[in-house]
Design a protein around this ligand. Structure first.
Ligand SMILES: NC(=O)c1ccc[n+]([C@@H]2O[C@H](COP(=O)([O-])OP(=O)(O)OC[C@H]3O[C@@H](n4cnc5c(N)ncnc54)[C@H](OP(=O)(O)O)[C@@H]3O)[C@@H](O)[C@H]2O)c1
Length: 295
């Protein structure tokens, strides 16, 4: 397959490009700067610029672009930026997919689509939530409509918390745990729908290559855990006990509304992946953490 990837420099994109190439797919990377390699093509999602011939001959487009959801406090301006950047880049790509007749668009989204669902298991058919992140995911996904209307197979990648050797969630938590400052967040009963980076990449490839898969797909491991269970498992994986409890009000004081992403959660189940025969390389959190920490 010839696969065009936007957001290829990020945590998931970097590994996806490597994984696709290992699978002998041809990759074209969309970059928001002057191209510096033969496989790069320039686009400017903010102004809507994407040269008409960029997607010629492409079998699939994967859109992973967007500013980091948890990178900064959510001021009203930051929230507008997070939403507009995702909707705009998706609109540009969905229209280009439609115009060029590309058969597949796999577009990033997140399990935040479901809002705070407590301990109730959620699948791809569950309703959207009502908080900021849920609204963002809903509008992000809706922006793929031009591609679906043109007959493309659109896959909505509702990713959970990616467990990777560097960066991402472990990149934030590891330094704290190493200093023995790890601990449960708030009540600890909130679910954390994790997935290992290897399984995230394998699942995206699986969705690209499997023509039966269309619409939302939860990219989460088959055994989501609570924050208390996650904290204990990470402490064990790093050989560092994590006895502390970070009260919700303290987290909200430091992080503002962004704290809700840590204090609430979803018990998201990978129903579509499992129904289509996907096999997880890391089916338990312990296996995912062992792969990420090398222990
Ligand atoms: N990692 C997770 O745990 C997780 C969980 C749920 C959902 N997701 C979603 O999955 C996607 C990929 O995740 P990731 O962890 O790989 O993200 P990431 O490391 O933050 O990378 C995202 C990429 O988007 C591009 N980008 C940054 N700012 C942008 C902007 N203002 N407008 C357009 N593009 C911009 C950049 O690529 P270029 O500079 O190459 O354009 C960047 O490398 C994201 O949309 C993310 O929200 C991730």
């Amino acid at each position: 397959m010839r696969v065009v990837v936007a957001g290829s420099s990020g945590l998931i994109g970097t590994s996806l490009v490597a994984g696709l190439r290992q699978g002998e797919h041809q990759v074209v990377r969309l970059v928001r700067r002057v191209p510096a390699a033969p496989d790069e093509r320039r686009w400017d999602p903010d102004s809507g610029r994407l040269d008409a011939d960029t997607l010629d001959g492409a079998d699939a487009v994967v859109n992973l672009s967007g500013p980091g959801i948890g990178a900064k406090r959510w001021s009203p301006e930051r929230k507008r930026h997070l939403l507009q950047a995702r909707v705009r880049s998706t609109e540009v790509l969905a229209k280009a997919v439609a115009d060029s007749g590309v058969p597949v668009l796999a577009n990033a989204s997140a399990v935040g689509f479901y809002g705070d669902t407590g301990s109730h298991p959620v699948t791809e058919t569950s309703s959207p939530g009502s908080d900021f992140l849920a609204g963002l995911c809903r509008r992000w996904e809706a922006a793929t409509a031009p591609a679906a209307d043109a007959g493309a197979r659109v896959v909505l990648l509702r990713t959970g918390l990616v467990i990777s050797p560097s960066g991402g969630l472990l990149g934030q938590l590891r330094p704290l745990f190493s200093l023995m400052l790890g601990g449960r967040l708030g009540p600890g009963t909130q679910y954390m729908p994790w997935i290992s980076l290897d399984d995230e990449i394998a699942a995206i490839r699986f969705a690209l290559e499997n023509s039966d898969i269309t619409g939302p797909v939860n990219l989460t491991g088959p055994a989501p855990v609570t924050n208390t269970q996650f904290t204990r498992a990470l402490g064990e994986a790093l050989g560092r006990p994590a006895p502390w409890i970070v009260p919700g009000f303290a987290l909200r004081t430091v992080m503002g509304e962004l704290a809700d992403t840590a204090l609430t959660g979803q018990r998201a189940m990978p129903t579509v992946l499992e129904a289509n025969g996907f096999t997880f390389q890391h089916p338990t959190l312990g296996a995912a953490l062992a792969a990420a920490t090398g222990r």
